[in-house]
Design a protein around this ligand. Structure first.
Ligand SMILES: [Zn+2]
Length: 312
């Protein structure tokens, strides 16, 4: 028994086949070539799975299901919105099945990451588990009773769009003050850039050669770890905003574990300690047990393996 997973990105379509113990048997990728007719891209996805199966001597009839992770919103086999590919209301499941008739499950890529963490990472054994990806944006995935949960319309895991600042900065979703605008890698870069402009003589300014274009999220964190007070204040501010979002998640779902993944999570324990301290500082959950916050496992090919683990 095998399962196939497809990780849809704006640059590449990556696919793989896993066995029943979730070991990755094979992978392959092709360019997405964004801008083409959706049908052509979907045919490429089906062809990718067919080629993988053929090259690995796996009969297509031995593939139980195919999971597809997308950086967008999906519900009931329909991609409601996928901005990177300019897709809206694309019948992904039914078109895919015209080319390859195997049960297809589609979900948001952060939800896929949550499924991966549930089976192989830090959400293992959770009745309720939440994954937050801290990358260019902030994505969310929710696991309830072992299954991905995305609500009535596919919007259920969009945790990056919890508002944390009233009338705050504009978000790409149309709302203002979303968690994504304040707790993404992009937010760290924005805050770091401002610091380089205002304080070119700071350690961060010197590290960036006094040119704000050079600032990266990793640079801000690395310089903070080295003890630069300006960079530390940026990371503290970042952790504060993240903790506001996390507090809302705890009050809504009360998960056992909240896993932090994505580029910013590579800051590891340094960031984790600040986020936990910022949550504790609120005193909201004083004398109460609340979610453990952990850095996600996020292994190689988690996007493919997690997609392959999607079920109904
Ligand atoms: Zn938003």
């Amino acid at each position: 028994m095998y399962f196939a997973g497809i990780d849809v990105g704006g640059t590449n379509l990556k696919a793989g086949i896993v066995d029943e113990d979730f070991n990755l048997v094979c992978t392959a990728s092709v360019p997405t070539n964004v801008g083409r007719d959706a049908r052509k891209i979907i045919k490429d996805m089906a062809d990718l799975v067919k080629t993988l199966a053929k090259d690995s001597d796996i009969a297509l009839t031995d593939i139980t299901s195919i999971g597809i992770g997308i950086p967008g919103v999906a519900k009931n086999g329909v991609v409601v919105a996928l901005h990177n590919l300019f897709w809206q209301d694309v019948q992904l499941k039914s078109i895919f099945n015209e080319y390859l008739d195997i049960p297809v499950f589609i979900d948001n890529d952060a939800t896929v990451a949550a499924v991966y963490e549930y089976h192989l990472g830090v959400l293992a054994g959770c009745k309720v588990g939440v994954f937050l990806t801290l990358g260019t944006g902030v994505g969310g995935g929710i696991i309830i009773n072992g299954k991905a949960f995305n609500g009535a319309h596919g919007l259920g895991g969009e945790l990056g769009h919890i508002a944390v600042v009233p009338d705050g900065l504009q978000c790409t979703c149309g709302n203002k003050g979303c968690l994504e605008v304040y707790a993404s890698a992009t937010a760290l870069v924005r805050m770091g850039r401002r610091c380089v402009i205002e304080r070119p003589d700071s350690m961060l300014g010197i590290t960036a050669d006094e040119d704000y274009h050079n600032v990266t999220a990793k640079m801000v964190i690395d310089v903070a770890k080295q003890g630069d007070r300006v960079a530390i204040s940026i990371v503290d501010e970042y952790a504060k905003f993240l903790s506001i979002g996390i507090t809302s998640i705890i009050n809504t779902l009360d998960p056992e574990v909240i896993a932090l993944g994505g580029g910013v999570s590579h800051a590891g324990k340094y960031l984790l300690d600040k986020v936990i301290a910022a949550c504790d500082e609120k005193g909201v959950f004083e004398n109460q047990k609340y979610a453990e916050i952990k850095i996600a496992k996020s292994g190689n090919d988690a996007g493919i393996i997690g997609a392959a683990m999607l079920t109904e």
